[in-house]
Design a protein around this ligand. Sequence first.
Ligand SMILES: [Zn+2]
Length: 209
Amino acid sequence: MNFDYEKNLDRAYDNMPEFLTTDVRFSIPEPDVIIEGKTTVLRNFREITDTLNRDPSHLLKFLLREMGTAGKSDGSRVIFQGKFTTEDLQSQIDAYTSEFVLCSECGRPDTALVRTDRVLTLKCAACGAHRPIRKRKVREVKSKDAIEEGGVYDVKIIGVGKKGDGYSRVDKYTIYVPHTVKGEIVNIKITHVSGTLAFAEIVERKSKE
Ligand SMILES: [Zn+2]
């Protein structure tokens, strides 16, 4: 057999795993979730961040913000206040993965988060693409009198009502926002308040999960 041929074959094999691993091996472990009293324990948190190759504190911060709860890491686990299902955690981790891990050009996870100036950028090692990470600022509306007609707020759509309109909740108010889907973060303007029901229109769409 031709010596150069074998040598080239070896080299080809040496180079291959870089391209193969991402498609074959990148599978995020399913969240291992147990309820303990009034808390939810994500037992394989560290395994998940290892697979995603991301800073555990970055994912934790994301989960706490999106789930609207408190929590802390405990060794390789995370303990959240409140009860959450495996599906709850799964959908949040999926959202994190698509926003902070997967390349939007080639779909591979071989990426790094790079901060230049004040902009966070996702850079792909596989194809060289890069994209900015959207800034998401969800303003918390705390005061009971905060919801008023004409007021503008950022809210997260937490469900869809019987008539197909998305809704959010702020304190005692349920705010209906037409043409939205669950998980979406929108900037809205309150058009009408009736008792604890409020109706709003979209000013700007912030993100969709
Ligand atoms: Zn890429």
